[in-house]
Design a protein around this ligand. Structure first.
Ligand code: NAP
Length: 305
């Protein structure tokens, strides 16, 4: 019998992983926020994944953090700002040698979680898969992509990658996961805040070429100072390529703001500005961008942390 996957968070990515693992016959248990959410989940009869326009429901057993079963493998699929608190509630249930897979975007939350559960192995993930919720307990698989997984401290791949292969989750073990996370973070900082402030799709940034170039220059300087030269390589060219290739899309931050949802700013632009300050690097345009974004979020009544 293979090890059970506990999936924390029944949102977009949590559902995308839980349903595909369950479909492959891998044991999965879903951890929801509280007793009330558990009752609602049970009443819904499971998690529904909509793929190629077809909806299928998977009756995955649910529980709350208060359940007593030990956890050996935990997929942390909540937002970055919820991760530390959510994992803290589960820490007493982690078995010796437990493994956590952290799906959070940006940087900062991974280290904060790892500091809390020193007995566990924490594996970071960077994913280009896309999904969104179109109802409670119901997720649409919107964009096929890839997930890179890695552990900056231990280069050896875990055996449970077999489960991902069986579940048809495209993935690769990465020995340079930090480079990938930093690169994605830099791309995000050069694109997402500007789409919010200019109220445009990614392609709209083609009209703001100079602003994008200035941010890329500062991000490159920061990456090099942080010992991430590979993540800095040709950053501006890649940002321009992404803007072109995703011209019709709204960025994730744009969508969060448009839907009056809290953003992950603290783990994206906020993290970058914090690290720059720690290195005593003066990056005026990134700091100004953060100030403008913070003011904009406040004007909409949204939190800026
Ligand atoms: P999401 O749809 O908002 O889902 C987060 C889920 O976590 C929600 O169901 C929420 O519960 C649950 N949660 C929060 N605190 C919890 C707790 N203490 N106990 C149990 N459940 C808890 O978020 P998402 O879009 O899947 O994003 C997750 C992470 O993946 C983010 O960092 C995001 O940036 C990243 N990511 C997402 C995508 C994507 O396409 N969606 C792609 C790449 C990366 P409630 O339902 O009760 O609120």
């Amino acid at each position: 019998m293979s090890t059970t996957w506990h999936v924390l968070g029944a949102g977009s990515l949590g559902t995308l992983w839980a349903t595909r693992l369950a479909r492959a016959g891998v044991p999965v248990r879903l951890i929801v926020r509280d007793e009330q959410r558990l009752q609602a989940y049970r009443a819904a009869g499971g998690l529904t994944l909509v793929e190629h326009g077809e909806a299928k429901t998977y009756d995955i057993p649910g529980e709350t953090a208060d359940s007593s079963e030990p956890i050996n493998r935990l997929l942390v699929a909540c937002k970055a700002y919820d991760a530390v608190q959510a994992v803290a509630r589960l820490a007493p249930r982690l078995a010796p040698g437990a493994e956590l897979i952290l799906l959070q975007n940006g940087l900062g939350s991974q280290d904060a979680v790892a500091a809390q559960v020193s007995q566990a192995r924490c594996i970071s993930a960077s994913s280009t898969e896309g999904a969104f919720r179109d109802g409670d307990w119901r997720v649409v698989f919107a964009g096929h992509g890839y997930t890179w997984l890695g552990d900056a401290g231990h280069p050896v791949a875990p055996i449970w990658l077999e489960d991902l292969a069986a579940a048809g989750i495209p993935h690769e073990w990465s020995t340079d996961i930090l480079t990938r996370l930093w690169r994605k973070l830099a791309l995000n900082c050069a694109i997402n805040p500007l789409t919010v402030l200019h109220d445009c799709r990614n392609g709209g940034l083609q009209q703001h070429h100079c602003e994008v170039a200035t941010l890329c220059a500062e991000l490159t300087e920061l990456l090099e100072r942080c010992g991430q030269p590979a993540a800095a390589e040709d950053l501006q060219q890649e940002v321009e390529r992404v803007i072109q290739a995703t011209a019709a899309n709204y960025s994730s931050m744009y969508q969060d703001v448009a839907n009056q949802r809290r953003t992950e700013i603290s783990y994206l632009l906020g993290y970058v500005c914090k690290v720059a300050a720690r290195h005593q690097l003066n990056l005026p345009h990134l700091n100004q961008l953060k100030a403008r974004l913070t003011a904009h979020l406040h004007s909409l009544g949204l939190p800026s942390d």
